[in-house]
Design a protein around this ligand. Structure first.
Ligand SMILES: [Zn+2]
Length: 412
């Protein structure tokens, strides 16, 4: 028999409707069937009630940008000498470590995300080695196969090689889904799409080929001064990095902002995840909104790398859809995206808390196209986060979620 389960909590935060004091959420077969004040819950036989006590029950979080394959770099790379030396150190350590050594950190990172209330992730991967760990997890996942290359002569080869790697990963997903019904259900929650690294690490030729082949789902955009200088002048420390790493490849700078340069190339298409968006002005924000791009903010990573603070109020003011991400453990202390929401709430005390909460949950779910996540409503997946209240009941549970240090845990 399919029993129904009732969760009751001091507060239910549906996100897309008003908070419910002393609320309940009913679920059957992993799907929400009803919610409301506890006094109004339907009664009947075959009902299991779970009292979560003095807690807030809310939709699980969406981490819309991370790199799980870099989890082994936790604490290994310092940002003290600046952004470009941080990238060079990262590449050096990655080259030194074996694939199994690097891979052993992925499983614990995924488990840690689930335990702290994350239910969906957009994971950027060069190697696609994270697909296996994500398939075995309870997370809904958009794996973003990241492509980069600044040598125009190698653009075709890069596209071909990465296409082959993606086809192999997709084939193994299909094979496991055919063999096992559980894997089949899981496969529908895991998709592999294409990401480009950034405007300053992908040649114009490679962008053209990627757009011809179906487009780009995600890109790091307007993150650093290095990127900005290079696109506006062709110089700066990124030019030095390219000279050392790939050689003196000529580049005609567009003399535009990163956002306007990508638009000129036709890369800003509806739903693209524009990750970081720190160095954007009003004209950039307007363009992002007009193209239907989603700004994925990673404020803790930006702080660690000294890039500044993403202009949250400006982006909201222009109606740019928002999601949040942690970035990798190479630039962020944890993969707990709730901490990014809390940092934004501290930096922008005048921004509506409901807007930040939305970016943490529903905004991320819509950005990743997991439309049955990120809110509690009838028909949504029962994938929750629970936060203990501690002492007295707060008057504003949304402010509590974003201001308090209370840890969240996953409940699914
Ligand atoms: Zn990143």
């Amino acid at each position: 028999m399919n029993t129904e389960t009732f969760y009751r909590a001091a507060f239910v935060l549906p996100v897309t409707s008003a908070p419910i004091r002393d609320g309940f959420v009913a679920i059957r077969d992993g799907v929400v069937t009803a919610l409301g004040p506890i006094a109004e819950r339907p009664k009947g036989a075959g009902v299991a009630e779970v009292d979560l006590g003095q807690t807030i029950l809310m939709p699980g979080f969406v981490n819309a940008h991370t790199h799980l394959e870099l989890s082994h770099l936790e604490g290994a790379v310092s940002a003290d000498r600046g952004f470009v030396p941080w990238i060079e150190d990262q590449l050096r350590v990655r080259a030194e470590r074996s694939t199994p050594q690097a891979g052993s950190a992925i499983g614990p990172a995924v488990a840690g995300m689930e335990a702290s209330g994350t239910v969906a992730v957009a994971d950027v991967s060069n190697s696609l080695t994270t697909v296996e760990a994500l398939r075995g997890s309870g997370l809904s996942a958009l794996v973003l196969h990241e492509i980069l290359g600044f040598d125009p002569l190698k653009a075709e080869m890069v596209v071909e090689q990465t296409r082959a790697a993606r086809a192999a990963a997709n084939q193994s997903l299909v094979a496991s889904a055919q063999a096992d019904p559980n894997a089949r259900a899981k496969a529908s929650r895991l998709r592999i799409e294409v990401a480009a690294h950034a405007p300053h690490s992908v040649s114009r030729e490679l962008f053209h080929l990627l757009m011809k082949a179906g487009g780009v789902r995600s890109i790091h955009l307007a993150e650093s001064r290095s990127e900005d200088d290079f696109l506006r002048t062709g110089g700066g420390d990124w030019r030095g990095f390219l000279d050392r790493r790939v050689g003196p490849i000529p580049f005609e700078p567009p003399a535009k902002s990163p956002v306007h340069y990508l638009d000129e190339l036709g890369v800003l298409t509806p739903g693209i995840l524009a990750v970081h968006c720190v160095r954007v002005d009003g004209a950039d924000a307007k363009l992002l909104a007009r193209r239907g791009a989603v700004a994925v903010l990673c404020p803790r990573s930006n702080e660690f790398l000294g890039h500044g603070v993403p202009p949250l109020a400006l982006l909201l003011g222009h109606g740019v859809p928002l999601a949040l991400g942690t970035d990798s453990l190479a630039s962020c202390a944890s993969l707990n995206v709730l901490e990014d929401a809390r940092l934004l709430a501290r930096k922008f005390p005048r921004v509506l808390k409901t807007d930040i909460l939305h970016a943490l949950t529903r905004g991320g779910a819509l950005a990743l196209d997991f439309t049955d996540l990120g809110e509690i409503r009838s028909g949504a997946l029962a994938k929750f986060a629970v936060l203990p209240l501690g002492g007295d009941r707060p008057s504003d549970p949304i402010a509590f979620v974003l201001n308090d240090v209370s840890p969240a845990r996953g409940l699914a």
